[in-house]
Design a protein around this ligand. Structure first.
Ligand SMILES: Cc1ncc(COP(=O)(O)O)c(C=O)c1O
Length: 402
């Protein structure tokens, strides 16, 4: 028997892996042509805009198939810097930008640049599903600053302060949050800056849903000047440009951090494909038009889903302020998120994600995605209504899923 694998394999096991089993089943059934509605994942149903695809095809035809610069091509880094400067007011240049294989890869690099065994990181909870594995892989200890369900998972600086220890080096969060859609205000970010300065923390702000904030302008972390010297902002083309499969994201950080990123990027990435970078550059040169259209689509779907589920007895639909997901509190049905999701799929062939995949705080919630066409979303909501109506009256009276 060969010697065991490294402990990184255990540290990346993560929580909530089971929740994806149902999603995988639903996706496979849909692929077989079954009448299944998949509301369990945040992969936009829209095609990548044609002009973006055209840019990639043209680059490929022109022979753009070679190794590229590790931190990304200069024109793309410049365009990302210009966009970041426009949205946050932070005067950055290409030297502040590292391109990565999705925000996910940027997050992994960021965590490993900053953390090692003996360090401690605080993650705002609920946290995106991959965070436990990403931060766990560094070997650092991780604490979760719980933003409880009772307050709608709102930002609570006190809970973050309480999680900070002398060895804490990093505070990380997704803003807007996945799964809750909670989006920090300028005051929330000022409180984060005060904590970061007082405890000398690095801050990782995952802003992949920053273009999908509905009612008010998004406030990026970089708009708080005190945060800038200690901030790694992560962005992505996945959501706002419907480019999940292209795997293009980036980090904006102080130049010495970006320089160090280059060394890790050589070790693990070796440059993002050139034709993908050309497509990303074309997307940015659309100057906000695609993002505005996507924002309008998700806002309309959010409103449709909230209206369709608002008066379903024993279901509490929380209106998200951003993103492509809605949380449903299912506790009054007598089921937790896991059992609700399983029974809903068995009876109505609608897949949603158990909230526990993100956090124990969400164990009585399921997450529903708007990344499907309006008609499908409405049919999914109608099936959820019918499913809840068919359940017995209250908690503890036999709603066990079959
Ligand atoms: C909060 C959050 N961060 C990061 C990612 C990964 O984004 P990317 O596709 O850019 O790697 C996702 C994807 O769903 C996400 O929801």
């Amino acid at each position: 028997m060969p010697r065991p694998l490294s402990r990184v394999t255990e540290r990346t096991a993560g929580r909530g892996a089971d929740a994806w089993v149902l999603h995988a089943r639903a996706k496979a059934a849909k692929a077989r042509g079954e009448d299944v509605i998949v509301l369990s994942v945040g992969d936009p149903d829209m095609d990548t805009p044609a002009f973006v695809v055209d840019a990639a095809v043209a680059a490929l035809r022109a022979g753009d198939t070679h190794y590229t610069e590790n931190l990304g091509r200069e024109p793309l880094r410049e365009a990302i810097a210009a966009r970041h400067a426009r949205l946050s007011g932070e005067p950055v240049t290409a030297a502040h930008v590292a391109v990565a294989s999705g925000a996910q890869n940027a997050l992994y690099i960021a965590a490993h640049l900053l953390l090692e065994p003996g360090d401690h990181a605080v993650l705002v909870d609920p946290a995106y599903v991959t965070y436990p594995a990403v931060f766990g892989a560094t070997g650092a200890a991780v604490s979760y600053a719980e933003q409880p369900a009772e307050t709608g998972f709102r930002f609570d600086a006190e809970r973050i302060r309480a999680a900070i220890r002398p060895e804490t080096k990093v505070l990380a969060f997704a803003n807007p949050n996945n799964p809750t859609g909670v989006t920090f205000t300028a005051d929330d970010l000022a409180a984060i800056a005060a904590l970061a300065e007082a405890h000398d923390l690095w801050v990782i702000a995952d802003e992949v849903y920053g273009d999908l904030v509905f009612e008010r302008p998004f406030v990026p972390a970089a708009s708080v000047p005190a945060l800038r010297p200690r901030l790694l902002s992560l962005g992505s083309f996945s959501k706002a440009f419907a480019m999940t499969g292209w795997r293009c994201g980036y980090m904006v950080a102080p130049p010495h951090v970006v320089e160090a990123t280059g060394r890790l990027a050589v070790a693990m990435l070796y440059g993002l494909p050139g034709f993908i970078q050309e497509a990303a550059l074309a997307a940015l040169l659309g100057h906000g038009a695609v993002e505005a259209e996507m924002r309008a689509i998700y806002r309309r779907r959010r409103d449709l889903a909230v209206a369709a589920l608002a008066d379903v007895p024993r279901l509490s639909a929380e209106q998200p302020e951003a993103g492509m997901f809605m949380m449903l509190d299912v506790s009054a049905t007598g089921l937790d998120g896991d059992r609700f999701a399983a029974a809903l799929y068995e009876r109505e062939k609608v897949s949603v994600l158990d909230g526990a995949a993100f956090s124990d705080l969400c164990r009585n919630h399921v997450r529903l995605s708007f990344a499907v066409h309006d008609d499908e979303l409405l049919e999914g909501c109608a099936r959820i209504r019918r499913f809840v109506a068919g359940l017995n009256a209250g908690p503890g009276d036999g709603n066990s899923p079959t």
